[in-house]
Design a protein around this ligand. Structure first.
Ligand code: B12
Length: 220
């Protein structure tokens, strides 16, 4: 069987330690971080039928979420750190390169899904951005307050819940009202992907976390 499919199945079944070992092996065998993240995300996403209002099998879903989080924290983050260290010069290896931009990131109010946001935050952290992670269920005002306090370049907002999308539309105008119209707002998550950047007043609507990171890196 395709080893990436093996990994997705381990995550789907909540086999956290086996998933970590499998992901470590894949990365050592030169599979990319993107392929590994894609596989673990599929392993969680396949549980959608166990996560409806009528049928909510919380334990199964949470075990899969734990497996995905452990793969991201124990394999993906370490691999990204190795890559960052390898690309840094001698001086930077000792002191650590200064972060080149700041992103304030969170899941919009009313929504507690945070795995995708965690992937995005991890990618940003190891690509030398300063990440201010506001967590989940974040009111619009908190994004604005944090963007001002941190002198942020970007706000990243995630949503997987369609009912929460109207709140996302309010972020850009709320930033502008505080003189922060230069802050770019980037959205991601399956609910966001079903809308448009114009409807949500986003500067960029990311297809996935890697696409989001590409956008941030392009507009230096
Ligand atoms: C796991 C899960 C949960 C977990 C979440 C745990 C956690 N810590 O996140 C728990 C069990 C808590 C949960 C709860 C609920 N859930 Co749920 N859940 C899911 C499930 C199965 C997987 C989501 C997931 O994590 N995928 C993996 C991640 C990695 O993918 P991702 O978030 O899309 O992220 C990727 C990209 O989108 C992107 N990305 C994400 N965010 C961002 C942000 C930025 C800035 C960028 C650039 C990129 C980016 O990067 C990631 C990697 O590339 C989905 C089904 C599905 N197929 O999506 C339902 C789903 C999202 N849930 C759903 C529902 C209905 C609920 C509940 C209401 C169920 C209930 N009975 O109460 C509650 C919601 C409570 C609330 N108020 O939020 C619905 C939402 C329907 C809708 N469109 O509104 C879905 C779609 C399932 C379905 N029935 O169709 N859920």
């Amino acid at each position: 069987m395709d080893p990436l499919m093996d990994l997705a199945l381990l995550v789907q079944h909540g086999e956290n330690r086996e998933a970590v070992l499998c992901a470590e092996k894949l990365l050592a065998d030169s599979y990319s971080v993107e392929q590994v993240v894609d596989a673990v995300a599929k392993g969680v996403a396949i549980l959608r039928n166990k996560c409806t209002v009528e049928n909510f099998q919380l334990l199964d879903v949470l075990l899969a979420c734990r497996a995905m989080t452990e793969v991201v924290d124990e394999c993906v983050a370490i691999q990204l750190k190795h890559q960052l260290d390898a690309s840094a010069g001698e001086h930077e290896r000792a002191a650590g390169p200064p972060p080149w931009k700041t992103i304030v990131i969170g899941t919009i109010q009313g929504d507690v899904h945070d795995l995708g946001k965690h992937v995005m935050a991890t990618l940003c952290r190891f690509n030398n951005l300063k990440v201010v992670n506001l967590g989940k269920d974040v009111p619009v005002e908190n994004f604005v307050v944090a963007a001002r306090k941190e002198n942020a370049d970007f706000v990243g907002v995630s949503s997987l819940m369609s009912v929460c999308l109207p709140k996302i539309k309010l972020i850009k105008p709320a930033l502008a009202a505080q003189g922060l119209e230069h802050v770019k707002v980037i959205g991601g998550g399956s609910a966001v992907q079903q809308s448009t950047k114009e409807a949500l007043r986003l500067d960029y609507l990311a297809y996935d976390a890697f696409d989001g990171l590409d956008y941030l890196c392009k507009i230096t």
